[in-house]
Design a protein around this ligand. Sequence first.
Ligand SMILES: NC(=O)c1ccc[n+]([C@@H]2O[C@H](COP(=O)([O-])OP(=O)(O)OC[C@H]3O[C@@H](n4cnc5c(N)ncnc54)[C@H](O)[C@@H]3O)[C@@H](O)[C@H]2O)c1
Length: 267
Amino acid sequence: MRASDLFDVSGLVTVVTGGASGIGLAYAEAMADNGARVILFDLDQTRLAAETKRLGATGKQVDVTDRDALNRVFDETAREMGGFDVVFANAGIGGEPGFLTLDGKRNDERALEKLDTAYFERIFKLDVEALFWTIQAAAKHMKAGRGGRIIVTSSISATKTEAFVGAPYVASKAAAAQLVRQAALELAEYNILVNAIAPGPFVTNISGGRLKDEGVQAALSQYCPLKRLGFPDDIQGLALFLASPASKYMTGASLTVDGGVTLGYVG
Ligand SMILES: NC(=O)c1ccc[n+]([C@@H]2O[C@H](COP(=O)([O-])OP(=O)(O)OC[C@H]3O[C@@H](n4cnc5c(N)ncnc54)[C@H](O)[C@@H]3O)[C@@H](O)[C@H]2O)c1
């Protein structure tokens, strides 16, 4: 089979939540460059306007933590585009610093017992609850149509501990990973395939753009066998793979893209 058929995403109606920046934008770009009909859902109107213009995509401003607004925008888009083929459930926020500073010292301000409820709730609202609502909306429309693909951005933090990221984030991504497996089990009968992409540290606007700082990059690169962080173009192949016929017998999987971080520390 030719690669152009195996990875064909042309014409696929593709929603990307949190699609105006970082990893979501990388997915959107890969899909748009290969002929998909892309719709970005994002909170940030300025980035949305710039990126939809650049990609020739459609943009919808929505806060995915507002369940009614999220359902409205899914319904409206389904009417306009005739349903969905691919939904990247990607919108998320970072975990904020962990119990160690980047130079390996204890960060007492971020000790487990000092983390407040509002921080925990903010992370779980977006990275778990809104993710669940996004999967629900996608499933509803895909069941009524021809099936489809739901691709969730989880994290390597779903399965590994983190010293530099707060505990609620790690717990939220573990919840996201298990939601993927549960949804995959239930939705397989409807030809809806649900998979996760689990990135390691990627240079995006997450956590106020902290990973764009060269000092932060150098500190974190030490823990990566490939000795560098990920950039958006490092994840685009996976997006195309999971959205295309190349992965048509895969569901409930989690694909790691982390430059080897989860292999362990090599000094
Ligand atoms: N960058 C990393 O190192 C990394 C690693 C593992 C997992 N992830 C995950 O990748 C996903 C994308 O993160 P990123 O690194 O690209 O971050 P990013 O900040 O560059 O992009 C996130 C996008 O989501 C949008 N967004 C945030 N809250 C929203 C809301 N309530 N409603 C709608 N849109 C909203 C933002 O406006 C932004 O455009 C997140 O789920 C994150 O947890 C990131």
